[in-house]
Ligand binder design. Structure first.
Ligand code: AP5
Length: 216
C-alpha cells in the first residue's frame, strides 16, 4: 500500500494515519512530524523551519523533497508507506513523480474551514510520537496525558487562531490545487482518487476509507 492523505490543516490526516499505518503495517511519513523533530533537536533546519511553521507558511520545496527522498530509502518503506501532509504543492507532487515514487491511492479528507478552526483550537498533541487528541471530540483517557506513555500533551504553537487562519489561506492557495492534479492523474490511470467527507465519528471515517481501499 502506497498511500497519500490530502486535506486541510486539522482535517484528520494524522488521526487517520495512525489507524491506517497500523492496519497495513506501513510507516507514516509526516513531513510536519519530521520538521517538528528537527525543531526539537535544535538543528539549523529546525530553527529555519520553526519560523516558517509558526507564521503558518510552507517550508521550502527543496528542503521537503530532500527530506522525503532520504526517508523513502529506509527499509521500513519496502512494503509501502503513507504520506501525511506531503506533497503539499504542485512542485512537490511533480518532484515525487520525477523520482518515480508511486502512489496507489490519494485519499482526500474533506472538511470545511469552520470545522477546522473548531478542531485545531481543541487539539492536543503528544510531540514525541505525533499522536493527536481533541479535548472534546477525541479526548485522552487522562486529561492532558498521552494514552500510551502518560507524558504531557501540548497545544501546538501553530494551532493558535491567527496562525490557523494563515494556514487555511496557504492550504487553499497552494495545496488545494493538488485535488485537480491527482484527479487528473487518476483519470490517466496513475493512482486512485478517493474523496471522503471527513466529518463524523473517527471510527466511521476509518471504516469508509478501508471500504474504499478494499474495492478495485
Ligand atoms: P502538519 O503537521 O502537516 O500540519 P497540517 O497539514 O496543517 O495538519 P495537521 O497536523 O494540523 O492536521 P491533521 O489533518 O493531521 O489533523 P489531526 O488528525 O491532527 O504541518 C505543519 C507545518 O509544517 C505546516 O504548516 C508547514 O509550515 C510545515 N510543513 C509540513 N509539511 C510540509 C510540506 N510538505 N511542505 C511545506 N511545508 C510543510 O486532527 C485535528 C484535530 O481534530 C485533532 O484534535 C483530532 O483529534 C480532531 N479530529 C480528527 N478527526 C476528527 C473527527 N472525525 N471529528 C472530530 N474531531 C476530529
Amino acid at each position: 500500500m502506497r498511500l497519500m492523505l490530502l486535506g486541510g490543516p486539522g482535517a484528520g490526516k494524522g488521526t487517520q494515519a495512525n489507524f491506517l499505518t497500523a492496519h497495513y503495517g506501513i510507516p507514516q511519513i509526516s513531513t510536519g512530524d519530521m520538521l517538528r523533530a528537527q525543531v526539537k533537536a535544535g538543528t539549523e533546519l529546525g530553527l529555519t523551519a520553526k519560523k516558517v511553521m509558526d507564521s503558518g507558511g510552507l517550508v521550502s520545496d527543496e528542503i521537503i523533497i530532500a527530506m522525503v527522498r532520504e526517508r523513502i530509502t529506509h527499509p521500513d518503506c519496502q512494503p509501502g508507506y503513507l504520506f501525511d501532509g506531503f506533497p503539499r504543492t504542485i512542485p512537490q507532487a511533480e518532484a515525487l513523480s520525477r523520482a518515480a515514487i508511486p502512489l496507489d491511492a490519494v485519499i482526500e479528507i474533506a472538511v470545511d474551514d469552520t470545522e477546522i478552526i473548531r478542531r485545531l483550537s481543541g487539539r492536543r498533541v503528544h510531540l514525541p510520537s505525533g499522536r493527536t487528541y481533541h479535548i472534546q471530540f477525541n479526548p485522552p483517557r487522562v486529561a492532558g496525558k498521552d494514552d500510551i506513555t502518560g507524558e504531557d500533551l501540548v497545544h501546538r504553537d501553530d494551532d493558535h487562531d491567527t496562525t490557523v487562519a494563515q494556514r487555511l489561506a496557504v492550504y487553499h492557495a497552494q495545496t488545494a490545487p493538488l485535488i485537480a492534479y491527482y484527479q487528473q492523474a487518476a483519470t490517466a490511470g496513475h493512482n486512485r482518487y478517493i474523496r471522503i467527507a471527513g466529518v463524523g465519528a473517527v471510527t466511521q471515517i476509518q471504516r469508509q476509507i478501508l471500504a474504499e481501499l478494499s474495492t478495485d
